[in-house]
Design a protein around this ligand. Structure first.
Ligand code: FES
Length: 175
């Protein structure tokens, strides 16, 4: 089974807090993603089996929310908001900076599997535009020099084997 014992134990531990089995689906998908960094087709099948739900229902939910990654992503998932406030405040420059530095385009992952770059549509932080979401952390009011500093920091952290972009993560709390 593609779902780890750790994930199953977490879900069993919170089962009593949810009114229906179907209500556990989103927490389960979050936990699988935490565990594997993405949700594979096999994991979707196993989620359906584990919760005794139709696979079509699981796929419907997983594909509706862009926060669920149904393709493998790099260790550092960079999602840059390009909606109106962020665009007006310089997200285009940030995008070009990352494309040039990482030598990838939007929707791509670096050959070493470290970074994935994508565009996002409004990260609900328009007052602090432009905003970059890095895994689960937000970086706001960014400019190009700050972005370069940030990417230098991530490079060093990855080289040291550290986890990047999860400083705000709290177990059992899902966005
Ligand atoms: S437009 Fe970028 S956070 Fe809303």
């Amino acid at each position: 089974m593609a779902i780890s014992e750790k994930v199953k134990k977490t879900i069993e531990g919170i089962r009593h807090q949810f009114p229906t089995t179907q209500a556990l689906l989103i927490p389960l998908l979050h936990e699988i993603q935490q565990d594997k960094n993405w949700i594979s087709p096999e994991s979707l099948k196993d989620a359906a089996e584990f919760l005794e739900l139709p696979l079509a229902k699981v796929k419907e939910v997983a594909t509706f929310y862009t926060m669920f990654k149904l393709e493998p992503v790099g260790k550092v998932n960079l999602q840059l908001c390009v909606n109106i406030s962020c665009w007006l405040n310089g997200s285009e420059k940030l995008l070009h900076c990352m494309e040039k530095r990482l030598k990838i385009g939007c929707g791509e992952t670096t050959a070493d599997g470290k970074y994935t770059l994508s565009e996002a549509e409004c990260l609900a932080s328009c007052g602090t535009a432009p905003v970059l979401q890095v895994n689960e952390d937000y970086y706001e009011n960014l400019d190009v020099p700050q972005l370069n500093k940030l990417l230098d920091q991530f490079d060093s952290e990855l080289a040291a084997g550290k986890v990047v972009g999860k400083s705000t993560h709290q177990p059992g709390v899902w966005p």
